[in-house]
Design a protein. Structure first.
Length: 410
């Protein structure tokens, strides 16, 4: 059993690493091309017929870049398509969602104090909500394709606020904000897969057939690419939020998530304006700071409990029957509970780290896997071994967890 737990942990590590790597590649290329497009010199009459050009230097060499609104006079033999960065990021993120939140639904996805759900009900809501996000978003884009794009962004923001409220009313706080990030990332990746790439293929096919491509395909692709640019930073924040209870486990977590989207807009507006050589709107940083202060203030509201004591009793009864449980309870309460408490007793810690409370038998039993990995197999906890957990105590934790048998949740 414990070998399976360790193997599963390493699978999760590998998939998370892949997700981060591919996200870096996608975000990097997205930011680069947005900056490139905004910074092109379009005041030059280029013999090639290109819309604009830019000279850049990097890695000891010089690059001369030109952009054509539709295509050059003749199609090059080789085109580089930027798509797999997006696809790989979404696929690895979906795999991580399954590994952590679907297979660990009772621990991470469901909070009975929020809404009583079975594992399959929670997974069904998760999958359906991600699909709904794309349908709602692309419908808005089609309705507002010829309207002021600011109106479209406001409408999209309304959808995101609504989904913030929805997710925090059905899932645990941790899962709610993670799902809001996945909801947005699904829209972004679907933009590439469902709109941007197909439109570019239409243009290429027309050129190869000797037809003049319709400029609308480029216009629509540019609209979706711009949306992706403004949504990127909030998605990164939401994907990191599960590490910080001050974000996901507070009374106003839905509002905090909503304001993060506004911060993403203000930050990107500054960079986009700079790249377009239209000045430096420093007021955006002032607004960003004000939004951040507001978020920090909202996080000071009462913390939400991750799970009520009654919801943990059934699990505790089973795990408590394993040999050595009483010893483990004493070890954890003596070495860990000064920080992992509803009201931590360690100076400088206002809330339990990661929202994990280890004061009662039920809470300790519920966190069996984490305790085993963090304090048994590894020495990550206590941090710096500040509470002086002895090697014999770590061994006792390992013996207890391994004694749980195949019934222990992996």
């Amino acid at each position: 059993m414990y070998d399976v737990v360790l193997m599963w942990e390493w699978v999760e590590i590998a998939v998370r690493w892949l997700h981060v790597i591919t996200a870096i590649a996608w975000i990097g290329s997205s930011f680069y091309f947005i900056a490139l497009d905004l910074g092109l010199h379009r005041d030059r009459n280029l013999a090639s017929g290109a819309d604009g050009e830019e000279w850049q230097v990097h890695g000891g060499g010089f690059y001369h870049i030109q952009k054509y609104l539709v295509a050059p006079g003749s199609m090059p033999d080789h085109l580089v398509w930027f798509k797999w960065e997006s696809y790989a990021t979404w696929l690895s993120g979906a795999a991580l969602l399954v590994l952590v939140y679907y297979m660990g639904a009772e621990l991470y996805l469901i909070d009975p104090t929020v809404l009583e759900l079975t594992t399959w009900q929670a997974i069904g809501i998760s999958v359906a909500s991600l699909a709904f996000g794309w349908v709602a978003y692309t419908t808005l884009c089609k309705v507002f394709v010829n309207a002021n794009q600011t109106v479209l962004m406001v409408a999209l923001f309304g959808v995101l606020v609504g989904m913030s409220l929805f997710y925090t009313s059905v899932f645990s706080g941790r899962a709610a904000l993670l799902h809001l990030g996945a909801f947005t990332a699904t829209i972004m990746s679907a933009n590439v897969f469902m709109v941007i790439m197909p439109n570019q293929r239409v243009v290429v096919a027309d050129l190869k057939a000797g037809r003049k491509p319709d400029p609308k395909y480029g216009k629509i692709a540019k609209q979706r690419s711009t949306h992706n640019n403004y949504l990127t930073l909030p998605v990164v924040f939401l994907m990191l939020s599960n590490h910080y209870p001050l974000v996901f486990a507070t009374q106003w977590n839905w509002l905090i998530a909503s304001l993060v989207f506004l911060m993403g807009v203000t930050i990107r507006h500054w960079f986009n304006t700079r790249h377009a050589r239209k000045g430096s709107p420093w007021w955006t940083w002032g607004l960003t700071a004000a939004l951040f202060v507001a978020i920090a203030w909202l996080s000071s509201a009462p913390m939400k409990t991750v799970k009520g004591e009654a919801a943990l009793q059934g699990e505790a009864l089973r795990l408590a029957s394993a040999e050595g449980f009483e010893d483990v309870v004493g070890i954890v309460q003596g070495r860990c509970s000064m920080c992992h408490a509803a009201e931590p007793g360690w100076d400088g810690i206002a809330w339990p780290p990661k929202g994990v409370v280890l004061e009662t038998e039920a809470q300790i039993a519920h966190e069996a896997r984490r305790i085993y990995l963090q304090s048994g197999v590894s020495h990550a906890m206590p941090p710096g071994n500040l509470s002086y957990m002895e090697p014999e105590e770590r061994e006792a934790i390992v013996r207890w967890f391994r004694g749980l048998g195949a019934e222990d949740p992996v």
